[in-house]
Design a protein around this ligand. Sequence first.
Ligand code: AHR
Length: 520
Amino acid sequence: MLTVSRVVLCVALALSGTVRAAETDSIRLSVDAAKGGAKIDRHIFGQFAEHLGRGIYEGVWVGPDSKIPNTRGIRNDVVGALKAIKVPNVRWPGGCFADEYHWRNGIGPRDKRPATLNPNWGGVIEPNTFGTHEFMDFLQQIGADAYLSINVGSGTPAEAADWLEYLTTSQPTALAKERAANGHADPYPIALLGIGNESWGCGGSMTPDEYVNHLKVYARYARNYNPSHPMRRVAVGPDGPDTGYTEAVMKAWKNKTWAWDIEGLSLHSYTVVKWPPAFKATGFGENEYATLLKATLNMEGLVSKHSAVMDQYDPEKKIALVVDEWGAWLAATPGSPEGFLEQQNSQRDALVAALNLNIFARHADRVRVANIAQMINVLQAMIFTRQEKMLLTPTYHVFKMYVPFHDATFVPIDVAAGTYKSGDIELPRLDAIAARDAAGKLWLSLTNLDPNRAVSIDVAVSGTKVTSARGLTLVAPKIDSVNTFEAPGAVTPKAFSAKAAGKSLTVKLAPASVTVVELE
Ligand code: AHR
């Protein structure tokens, strides 16, 4: 029976946002290790690095003369942290910035490069010291592929075609010789090419049909001349639920001639409750926690909706759905520069990351690339820097815990997820995925959305014998717990293990936690 004092306690906990193991009951989850689905493409763990705020300058680039330890101007601490999460690809140079970027400003001797403007993001000076070669050097240092966005909004097909020739040809053309003179004789590999960015918005306010006309031209002339490294072309796609772009691009692709092609369609969708983003990144209560997680779970409906349209034109799923901008977009950190999109990153963001990644994994047959926005110091970042200091966020830790899911085979699970209620919001209490890695090991990711109740998961595994579970759990004292430069380890994963008792393996999850385990 709920006594008055317990009610008072529950209300107090809810108001304070404190995470407590108040009640535990159990959920049954069964998994057949012999079953398998699509490959969870490692490219769904991609990053996005725009020339925006302190994302590139300070976040990645400090220059060779900096006292911050660096390799050819790229900070070593950041490279080390990104290598540990095995970043598969980085989307660059934007975003809205890409449709105003002219690549020639960013090559050649750095002291001769022009200062230009960045009107989208604070109207600051763009020094162009981080350009094509610096980006490719950064990728080589972290071991990631290039996802380049070309300028459709204010550029020309010739400008884009020249950039691709400059980057990828091994023939002795004038552009290849210029590349060699700038320090790189060999052609570069470009894995992904975004043809414009948000052409329905900051990329030119085009109708779907207007964009399709541009797409055909750019997809033809922005060629990859490096045949040993195939390049996938990604068309601009929908803004949230609107299927106008999805229909127009997919229809054009279905009826295309030999002269052009694409391999991907982009989808942008942020976890944002209303515009302009007003939800606080810290100091929020349970209602804002539940509201934001509910908004996050809308990604499931969006991906299903656009996949269904794509299926009509492409039942063989040749075209990937590329969710190349996703993540929580919250109110900016008070006092941060206008237009820099700086926000703190809490345990709630860790859950936002896990829920989105689980949705992409469940749609692994169609969602084959995704890029969280953004990698460093911007929006739902992995990393914060403050001059010589670097900090890893709760979101970073989720990306690290998910490394075993890179290129693993999705394994379906059967679970009655239960319900977590907060006011009139009802969410599943548990969100989970399973996968088998290349070595045949079975992995589970388990997210307990309920911030008030721990939960026991009774895991029944068929197809293999399992006696224990071992991995990491990310749990925090409060739903808005964050890492700071003063307390960088407040939210870090802890070792986690469970042993089978008799025939059943029981895994106990703390409230508002993300747990990744290997079943042994
Ligand atoms: O990620 C910030 C901005 O959000 C990007 O530049 C743009 O594509 C989107 O609207």
